[in-house]
Design a protein around this ligand. Structure first.
Ligand code: CO
Length: 454
């Protein structure tokens, strides 16, 4: 990929966004790309024999992934990039079908993550995730995507809710269940099939898409996703719009920078976690032992003692990349008075006095040096002092692995809507910064001074 060509970068990002309706698919797409680039897949349950210069990756739960490259046996530390692959959506519950007036069938769902609910209504939706099926020796999970317009959550007509434009309150159990279809009326009913009768039509559809028999599906993780494809718009085609820009834009950009980086003194590490939107406290989230275990095993594989590993950790640095808020064109008053990120204005360094973001003067300064070296602009974000704002995975990850960390993101609008807006130039900026970062090293003296090799 040519990082200086925004068009090529944007089309690569669009392909990734459209092919990644859930974290499971995003992780799968990244692993395919790693295979194509000559990386070797490792398994947590097997012995790792690692060679210098070779790239490797490990998946956990099929929805999180860590890739790394160790340039040489006596590497100095780890240059770590981290982002997340999940985004707010609806999970389909067990026994999902609900009949209405013996005519309609809708699906029972529950929300995942802190979503903007209104934009999920009145648009084509579908279902993707995984099913776990019986095999001869046990069970096996299979990805499934019903790759067609399938569902819709219809609004109530204005005639039946005159207050609809004066602030809607959504009840996730009553207002947001997607319509699947209609039941056949009595005379239309054909010979009933053994398994695919009323109450299991949805299961049959999923089984068919997964290429298995309905009775072989033991369980599933299925999600509703927005079918609207990513697009580029604006007077100068400066905006990219899509579902899941938070955080697939950062996950994509840091991944491309990681792949393109040159071997330096330190090992380059790329992390894509799951479950950031629900607090990261899962085995595949940033608040797990996943990254710590991988780095410990890398050190062991290269014969490091405990002391050497700890020295390497003190010479390590993490960029936690999760999208940030641009000032809103209709609500500029919601942004902080003196820190006002704009779309296509460059990488956003995020600060929070209460350490919801990990950035401090040291990690912020190091990030600015990375951007300067890469020749890309950066900007700063603070919440208004009277707003709580969001959180991310940087501070959570440091409780598991205490390395110097900066929280950054790319500026966007409508965060946590199923259709968000960001900038086409910003993706390329982060690719270049990530490439510079992964090719270099951040060496700590432990006395507040650092040697930066970029
Ligand atoms: Co995010």
């Amino acid at each position: 990929m040519n990082f200086l060509d925004d068009n090529e970068v944007t089309h690569g990002l669009i392909r990734f966004l459209d092919a990644s309706p859930t974290a499971l698919f995003a992780a799968k797409n990244l692993s395919v790309e790693l295979d194509r680039n000559g990386y070797t897949r490792l398994y947590e349950g097997e012995t790792w024999r690692l060679r210098e210069g070779q790239g490797y990756y490990v998946c956990r739960n099929e929805s999180a992934l860590i890739a790394f490259r160790v340039p040489r046996r006596d590497f100095r530390g780890f240059q770590i990039l981290a982002g997340h692959l999940d985004s707010p959506l609806f999970r389909i519950k067990t026994n999902a079908e609900i009949e209405v007036d013996a005519k309609y069938v809708k699906l029972n769902t529950e929300g995942y993550g802190g979503m903007l609910m209104a934009p999920w209504l009145d648009r084509p939706l579908s279902v993707a995730g995984r099913v776990v099926v019986r095999t001869e020796n046990g069970v096996e999970s299979r990805l499934v995507n019903i790759d067609r317009d399938l569902l819709i959550i219809p609004n109530v007509a204005i005639h039946m809710n005159r207050e609809a434009n004066s602030g809607m309150k959504f009840n996730a159990q009553t207002d947001l269940l997607p319509l699947l279809g209609t039941l056949p009326v009595a005379e239309e009913k054909t010979e009933p099939q053994a398994e695919c009768s009323i109450g299991s039509a949805f299961l049959c559809l999923v089984a068919d898409a997964a290429g298995v028999k309905p009775e072989d599906i033991l369980d599933s993780d299925l999600f509703v996703y927005n079918r609207m494809k990513a697009t580029v718009l604006g007077l100068h085609q400066e905006f990219i719009c899509s579902g899941r820009l938070d955080d697939l834009q950062c996950a994509f950009a840091t991944f491309q920078g990681f792949l393109a980086s040159a071997p330096g003194e330190s090992a380059a590490v790329y992390c894509a976690f799951d479950n950031e939107e629900v607090g990261s406290s899962t085995k595949q989230g940033a608040n797990s032992d996943f990254l710590r275990n991988v780095l410990t095993r890398v050190c062991s594989a290269f014969g490091c003692s405990d002391e050497e590993r700890m020295r390497k950790m003190s010479n390590s640095f993490m960029i936690s990349a999760d999208n940030a808020h641009s000032i809103h064109p209709n609500h500029p008053e919601l942004a902080d008075p003196t820190n006002r990120p704009v779309i296509n204005g460059g990488i956003v360094i995020k600060y929070s006095a209460n350490q919801k973001y990990t950035t401090d003067a040291v990690s912020g300064a190091i990030m600015r040096a990375v951007c300067e070296k890469a020749g890309v602009p950066c900007q700063t974000f603070h919440n208004r002092s009277d707003m709580a704002g969001g959180s991310t995975l940087g501070n959570i990850s440091t409780t598991q692995l205490a390395v110097n960390t900066v929280d950054i993101g790319l500026p966007q609008l409508a965060m946590h809507s199923p259709y968000e807006t960001a900038g086409v130039k910003d993706t390329g900026y982060l690719i270049r910064a990530a490439k510079t970062f992964c090719s270099g090293s951040v060496l700590s003296r432990g006395d507040g001074s650092f040697t930066l090799h970029f």
